[in-house]
Design a protein. Structure first.
Length: 100
């Protein structure tokens, strides 16, 4: 899990103001669930079966985005478990996915 920006204590007003601006800009981005993920590369999916892909998030995945695929194939999930994605495809394909 991504951590929020932490300010340090300073006697300098400019430093404190800069830290406040950084915190206000950065923390809303970190709070987006899609940012807290992992890129899985070169995943081979076989058509006609459920392909169990370990995502290593340490929690149940919320979703995924297909980043690339080596050929045209429809990809869908049969379920998201605590440790794996259960993906199916219309034809054999190699993909990279962002799991969050």
């Amino acid at each position: 899990m991504l951590k929020h920006y932490k300010k340090i204590t300073s006697k300098e007003r400019e430093v404190n103001q800069l830290q406040e601006n950084i915190e206000q800009a950065l923390n809303p981005i970190i709070d987006k669930s899609i940012v807290d993920g992992v890129l899985l590369k070169s995943i081979k999916l076989v058509s006609g079966k459920v392909n169990n892909i370990s995502h290593k998030l340490g929690r149940k995945a919320l979703g995924y985005i297909v980043v690339s695929k080596d050929q045209n194939s429809e990809i869908w999930d049969s379920g998201l478990t605590t440790t794996t994605l259960q993906l199916q495809c219309s034809s054999n394909v190699q993909i990279s996915i962002w799991v969050f």
